[in-house]
Ligand binder design. Structure first.
Ligand code: HEC
Ligand code: HEC
Ligand code: HEC
Ligand code: HEC
Ligand code: HEC
Ligand code: HEC
Length: 503
């Protein structure tokens, strides 16, 4: 132990404050206070906000500052104990505050000043820390690698201006604390690398849509029918004209008092269900309760709740997120992305086999984004320069542009470091690539009297146009679905997602 004894005469503070623990405390808090003033300054003055600056200033340093400040009285208390035990000579029984002594006046003055500065800093700090931890930069960028997929998808979604916390936390102090504690656990997992890849969807812990989505969206808003225009390209779009489908989605309820997609659960019925798995893809018990309070229960054949009702804590009331589960983190499927890029003209349909080749390059599993970029470029270049030599010679620029675009698509939708891509997260809005609506609408869930939840194609939408080139049919009253490019009828009994995997 170093010599802690103050030199008499120069002494400004009571004896107890002269000890190594207090010295460490003073040194630590002075250094950190200095840093904090400096960083505060930068953060206030600069217009571009740096994530790590915020993390250091408002999250990491304040606890260290508190530790430093606590060490000061702790040292004094320790010294007092030592003195009581007779270590180091003298014997004093009590800490006596004597205002006639200048050393004591100094100590109190420093203590009061320190406290005032500290409380002011704490108030500003807490406010800044609160704002900071609520910002989408904090949520999206702090754990850069872990959140990169969700953050990237979010910045390109219709909700890019909505803060993460407005969907993930909502209002109220209870939920704030609840999620911040979960956040701390996640931060620790990030630091020691024990997080799961991909990040599991927080379906169990998300707040009910009533307290998040419905703060902005009004469930009663009428959308009437929403028109979908789909264009599908064949493997070789330079040879086969695209297939188009125009359909009207009956979102808010239609003519003849037919229930709409939104209406069926907001005006006519409340729907409750029990998921059998964590991703809520298998549903074997469903209850619809109408406004008169009459309930209909639909069960799947092998349902564990054939005779008995499920326990209340397993039952979920259906809300927005049971259909719109990917309103902002959309990792889209290669098939969808390539069709769109060709339709928009960023990939030329005149390049032979471009759809098949682009799909093949995108769907391979890569270990890192870097590897993916190199491989995609290499594969496509290799194919066109070796297999289609003369075409390549004449259309090099076109092919280069297509390759750049495919790489761009990869970077926005595939995150091999986190194993996040379209097939890691089912999207429940339709029924093409994941089961979606067909989880319940499958003609298999039955009431005791044999009623089913309908899979009839016209219960949700009508097709007003379909076909390819000259063979295009149109009818504003609706057409029976033709399976594109062949006359296969297995869609009538099989699920679309049994064959359509998105690749
Ligand atoms: C419009 C609402 C909304 C906003 C804004 C939002 N999220 Fe989400 N987020 C969700 C929903 C809903 C889920 C659950 C998805 C599911 O069940 O498939 C989710 C899931 C996640 C997941 C789990 C992994 C996954 O992909 O399912 C992470 C991580 C996440 N969000 C992070 C963020 C971050 C970071 C931000 C801000 C940059 C953000 N979220 C903004 C609604 C939102
Ligand atoms: C803070 C307000 C806010 C919250 C919270 C919010 N949204 Fe939105 N949402 C918007 C705005 C604004 C738009 C319109 C964006 C545009 O049109 O450019 C939008 C658009 C949408 C759309 C249509 C666009 C599309 O194609 O996806 C859907 C669907 C949607 N939100 C669902 C949800 C769901 C589900 C939640 C809850 C998980 C939610 N929203 C939470 C503000 C919000
Ligand atoms: C039964 C499934 C289901 C539920 C539950 C549901 N929606 Fe929708 N919603 C749809 C479908 C399907 C569409 C048509 C657009 C599409 O396919 O993306 C749609 C369309 C929308 C749109 C317009 C999107 C656009 O492209 O303009 C908004 C906004 C929206 N829903 C918000 C909500 C909100 C908020 C809730 C909860 C109060 C909710 N929805 C509940 C299925 C549902
Ligand atoms: C959790 C199960 C469940 C899911 C998932 C679900 N629905 Fe439903 N839906 C029902 C039930 C149950 C009914 C019948 C309500 C009743 O019995 O009154 C219904 C009825 C409907 C109706 C009215 C049907 C008619 O013939 O009048 C429409 C439209 C509809 N749903 C659209 C959708 C769409 C679109 C999706 C997917 C985005 C979807 N539903 C997902 C359970 C579900
Ligand atoms: C329970 C409601 C419901 C039923 C029943 C239903 N669909 Fe759909 N379907 C939807 C919704 C919702 C979408 C839109 C998804 C989206 O926003 O992309 C859709 C999209 C589609 C698409 C466009 C797919 C795409 O993503 O490219 C086709 C094609 C289609 N449906 C055909 C059918 C056929 C054929 C049937 C009958 C076997 C059927 N649907 C039954 C709700 C339904
Ligand atoms: C038995 C397997 C199978 C089933 C089930 C199936 N399809 Fe297909 N579908 C195919 C095949 C194979 C193609 C041709 C792909 C090609 O030539 O590019 C195709 C092509 C399509 C296309 C156009 C090409 C594209 O890019 O996707 C659409 C749209 C489509 N199917 C919709 C549906 C819908 C909607 C359902 C469910 C109602 C369905 N299919 C069920 C196998 C199936």
């Amino acid at each position: 132990m170093m010599n802690d004894q103050p030199k008499k005469g120069k002494q400004r503070f009571p004896d107890h404050f002269y000890n190594s623990i207090t010295y460490v405390g003073v040194a630590l808090s002075t250094v950190i206070l200095g840093c904090e003033f400096f960083l505060f300054g930068i953060d206030f003055l600069s217009s571009s906000h740096n994530v790590y600056l915020g993390l250091i200033t408002y999250v990491l340093l304040p606890p260290l500052l508190i530790l430093g400040l606590l060490l000061i009285p702790l040292g004094a208390w320790w010294k007092h104990r030592q003195v009581l035990k007779g270590v180091g000579g003298g014997y004093r029984k009590l800490i006596v505050i004597d205002l006639s002594l200048s050393t004591h006046q100094n100590a109190i003055l420093v203590f009061m000043l320190g406290t005032a500065v500290f409380l002011t800093m704490t108030a500003i700090g807490c406010y800044k820390a609160y704002n900071y931890t609520e910002s989408e930069r904090f949520c999206g960028l702090t754990c850069h690698q872990v959140m990169k997929p969700e953050y990237t998808a979010y910045t390109q979604s219709p909700h890019a201006q909505v803060k993460c916390v407005e969907c993930h936390i909502g209002s109220g102090i209870g939920w704030y604390v609840h999620y911040k504690m979960a956040g701390v656990r996640m931060l620790l997992k990030t630091i020691n690398g024990s997080y799961s890849k991909p990040t599991p969807a927080p379906v169990e812990t998300l707040r009910p849509a009533k307290e998040t989505c419905e703060e902005c969206h009004w469930p009663g808003k009428s959308f009437n029918a929403i028109q979908l225009n789909k264009i599908y390209y064949a493997d070789d779009p330079s040879q086969t004209p695209p297939w188009t489908i125009k359909m009207l989605l009956n979102v808010s309820g239609g003519k003849n008092g037919q229930a709409g997609i939104h209406a069926h659960m907001y005006y006519d019925d409340d729907i409750y269900y029990v998921p059998d798995d964590l991703k809520r893809q298998k549903i074997s018990w469903i209850k619809a309760v109408n406004k008169a309070g009459v309930a209909r229960i639909y069960r799947l054949k092998g349902s564990p709740y054939k005779e008995i009702d499920p326990p209340a804590n397993k039952i979920r009331k259906m809300d927005c997120m049971d259909c719109h589960n990917r309103p902002t983190h959309r990792f889209e499927a290669p098939d969808v992305l390539i069709n769109r890029a060709i339709a928009e003209g960023s990939i030329s349909p005149s390049i032979p086999m471009i759809k098949a080749k682009a799909l093949e390059a995108l769907s391979k599993e890569y270990l890192s984004t870097k590897e993916a970029i190199e491989q995609i470029r290499f594969r496509l270049n290799d194919y066109y320069s070796k297999k289609l030599v003369s075409y390549y010679g004449a259309h090099k620029a076109n092919i280069e542009q297509a390759i750049d675009h495919v790489i761009g698509i990869y970077q926005r939708n595939f995150f091999p470091e986190m194993r996040s891509r379209w097939d890691a997260y089912p999207d429940n809005i339709g029924h093409m690539i994941s089961l979606g609506c067909f989880r319940c609408h499958d003609n298999e869930h039955k009431t005791k009297t044999g009623e089913v939840i309908s899979r009839k194609c016209t219960s949700c939408h009508i097709i007003t146009q379909q076909g390819s080139g000259a063979n295009t049919q149109k009818d504003p009253d609706g057409l029976p679905f033709l399976h594109p490019f062949d006359s296969d009828e297995s869609f009538k009994t099989m699920n679309c997602s049994d064959c359509h995997t998105g690749m």
